[in-house]
Design a binder for this molecule. Sequence first.
Ligand SMILES: N[C@@H](CCC(=O)N[C@@H](CS)C(=O)NCC(=O)O)C(=O)O
Length: 323
Amino acid sequence: MKRVGRIVALYRAINGTTAVSEPQHRMSMAAQYSTSSNKFSARYNWLFNNLLTDLSGRTATHAVAGTMFFSVAATTLTEEVHAKEAVPIELRPKELVLYQYEACPFCNKVKAFLDYYDLPYKIIEVNPISKKELKWSDYKKVPVVMVDGEQMVNSSDIIDKLFEEVRSADSTSDPDEESKWRKWVDDHLVHMLSPNIYRNTSEALESFDYITSHGNFSLTERITAKYAGAAAMYFVSKKLKKKYNITDERAALYEAAETWVDALKGQDFLGGSNPNLADLAVYGVLRPIRYLKSGKDMVENTHIGDWYSRMESAVGVSARIQA
Ligand SMILES: N[C@@H](CCC(=O)N[C@@H](CS)C(=O)NCC(=O)O)C(=O)O
């Protein structure tokens, strides 16, 4: 009973909800959770979104070996070399700290931006259950960024504010087109992730294996979250499919990928010869799933792979520094 209580507490904490009833065992808890929580929005919880991530750059050297292999191979095969945007030192924030979950797509969106603009940042990995690293803040989601002592929240707002400070005057990107596609990322693309990565038991376990081994979990939380989380999210992803009118999740993911490729209109990036904020947003959100089964399927079955490889090369190594 005590053990079950702990699992429930874990779930309440992870999902930010108190709507979960006391379960009799893990599977019934998972099923109950999926039917009792009504908040299936972008906020639903980090578990939908927490996947394989950060496969390029300095931090990637610690990533799964097989994953690294793919990253390196992709970069090596890309002949063009796309440089990062250089931000003059006087425009860079003095201190930037990102509170994140390693596999959260919204956090990865911010990281793609920081890496591309080479803005050094420290990372504080938040424990999704206790959230003790965020005790000081009223905002209880991630990402949260502290920029020279100022708190910034909500991934798109964070990027907007930072971009305002660092952008070069000669930016050639069409602002309407760019914001249209950034909105598409938040309103559409991000909702393709969970139904795909939790679509069956083996993919749900693959996802949770990564999440629990890369997030800030205690040993007990890690073991509990891996199996109970995978089971719960399997059911939740079915509910999400309904909510977003998705009948075939893979087809929907492929369609989104092709929609994005069409938007490029044959250019290297939506921004033309360099990525703009929409390129960085799509890349950031897809980065966590790229080397999971769903991401591999997406690259094999659509035309997004070349653009993705160009983005890997453009974003380059992580600008993360030691906290
Ligand atoms: N609109 C927000 C969404 C942020 C969000 O939903 N983050 C998830 C993690 S992927 C979260 O913190 N969920 C609440 C929780 O874990 O309790 C953004 O773009 O930053």
